[in-house]
Design a protein around this ligand. Sequence first.
Ligand code: PHE
Length: 356
Amino acid sequence: MDDLRDKYIGLIADAADEAAIEDLRVQAVGKKGEVALKMRELGKMTPEERQIMGPKLNALKDEINSALSAKKAALADAALEERLRTEWLDVTLPGRGRRQGTIHPISQVTEEVTAIFADMGFAVAEGPQIETDWYNFDALNIPGHHPARAEMDTFYTHRAEGDNRPPHVLRTHTSPVQIRSMEKQGAPIRIICPGRVYRADYDQTHTPMFHQIEGLAIDKDISMANLKWVLEEFFTAFFGTEVKTRFRSSHFPFVEPGAEVDIQCKWENGSVKVGEGDDWLEVLGSGMVHPHVLKAGGIDPDEYQGFAFGIGIDRLAMLKYGIPDLRAFFDSDLRWLRHYGFASLDQPTLHGGLVR
Ligand code: PHE
């Protein structure tokens, strides 16, 4: 019995892992293990022998069992120690710096313009960038044969052969939202619509995708004087200085009369300053909404009239923040974005100041 004891206590001490422990358990104290075999021999013994050997065997069994569980616990502790050692990490190391993104000048200027018009009671409206040619042209008093349709360098959608539906277009201006707003809410209306527009054109001041803000105000007594006041208020708030405007008579099929609006500026070593000097820079088209357009939108031109305008957002951003080339706006060059971008918490409010 002492041999048995020494053998197993030695083997258990040397066991390398849990599987080895389990093997030893089966061999020593399992149902057919060595201790069980010895137990069976008790039957052949005299009662006196049995009285001595029985408890001894039981004690041996207990001793082996507790050696097994002690070793098992020791192995688990060692495994945990090893994990703690290899998975150690220094929580006092400084974090990795992460660069913050910036607000694109177009987004920034859109927010600024929206804030100014919101203060004058204009709500924001939206429309799809892929339009039917009815909304983009016909409803705006630009019929099929009209030269303006060609002049706009329109992108048309492809139609499969045999598909006779009129094509959709990438909207060439935000003016179709005038019609959609009239249809949706009827008169009176006071909305602006910022959004993307598309024309096949590419040079320093033109990109095939650019941004406009449409304005539309319709009521019973709205006049050109209201248009002039609203735009002058807008420019002064946007540029943070009194800006003189010049209204030049001009033609757009969807307004009558129509005017292009220039703002006062000065050229100084290749860059432009707004609100000084005696040069002029064209920034928008405008006019009194044509009766045909009101009718197309379901509004009675004998009862209502109003003004509309369309401003180029990209042009405004270039002017206000001195950005020379429009094409760079859409190159996604990180150096450009970091240089001209705005801090994300630097959002414009009329009270906090729109001008940086
Ligand atoms: N839609 C015109 C353009 O894109 C601008 C405009 C809008 C003119 C509203 C008059 C009235 O050039």
